[in-house]
Design a protein around this ligand. Sequence first.
Ligand code: UD1
Length: 419
Amino acid sequence: MEKLIITGPTPLKGEVNINGAKNAAVAILPATLLINGVCTINNLPNISDVKISCEILEKLGAKITWVTPNEINIDTRNITTTKAPLDLTSKFRASYYIIGAMLGRKGEIEVGMPGGCKLGARPIDQHIKGFELLGANVTVEKGTINGKAKKLVGTNIYMDIVSVGATINIMLAAVLAEGTTIIDNAAKEPHIVDVANFLNTMGADIRGAGTDVIKINGVKELHGNSTYSVVPDQIEAGTFMLAAVATKGDLLIKNCITKHLDSITAKILEIGGNIEDYGDSIRVWCNKRPNKANIKTLPHPGFPTDLQPQMGVVLSLADGTSIINESIWESRFQYTEELNKMGAKITAQGKTAIFEGVPKLYGAPVYSTDLRAGAALIIAGTAAHGTTEVYNLEHIDRGYEHIEEKFRKIGAKIERVTE
Ligand code: UD1
């Protein structure tokens, strides 16, 4: 078993480079199934969700060559099966993108229900509704999803709720469909725009991604023969921004798109932090105890739920009492029990948590309950007095490349040990 040992407090100082976005990469990789050709993808984060996505593609018949740890060539000319391996697809949430991509490519898919962080109920009814409106027949039995379509035909789809996964999945299924598909009430996250940009680079005709109406004019084929670079990770950048504030540090966060970070920048300014915005990098520093603030997580461009635990660390140390209202996931406050072990005073009930700010956190053994909770505990350990041990690193490794190396480079006293 591996754990991280962190000794604090350390104000994080220096420069940190942001990798490609996990949530874009895990959608772009299955999107390559729509191409009957070869393409190159770079700026891929070297994380376990990406490696598993590649393994699934290989099991389906794709040929992958790793050019560097962050770049692959992928040949999807010979897709040999429509059964996705259950043992791999159950390991993470984004395996559901195989459904839209394979319905588009082969008109058929058999795949297990997706796994991923346990953040509460994670239904896929909106994905299925979209596939069925496009003409597929989808059944879910004994944990297996079966999809079949003689032909997919473009149509108008109004999403009942704003869903990142369903928006991308329906987009994937619609790219090669006959005619025009309109997704209304679509999600607007940066990774949705990135997947659309990738597909358009390969010959798709998708307009409006990043707004709540996406129009997809079906094309006969995608050509490949292109190189695509994954968008910088909004959530990784936000994680380091909040790490700078929580540790009273000073970080220059490089290779990010600062427009994607507006909701985080606004909150950091509200709680007394400082920002210098250079467009593709951002300096964040804070030399005093943060002020209290109230937060409600919302779909983009609202405050992202995937930065809620990291913001929770900041507010647990704020001057005054703050409230976080989590509007996306019902079980996203599990990390608060771990922070309370470190001296935080947080009361969580349902989708609301009250943070009575304390002046200091103290090191303790803590357990990552999910991916972003794990990142939050590393920030807490760096800000806390004494030694923190963080367990359940498999969650963190799913989404952050070399996280302890990045923290060490900016001053954290952190090491990974195997027990
Ligand atoms: C994606 C992200 C995840 C992030 C989330 C919200 C990936 C791989 N993961 O997850 O990190 O926390 O967006 O920004 O990109 N819902 C339904 N029916 C559906 C689909 C969703 O009821 O068919 C509900 C969910 O339960 C949730 C809300 O809609 O309450 C938003 O979920 P969604 O945006 O789909 O999240 P994911 O795509 O799973």
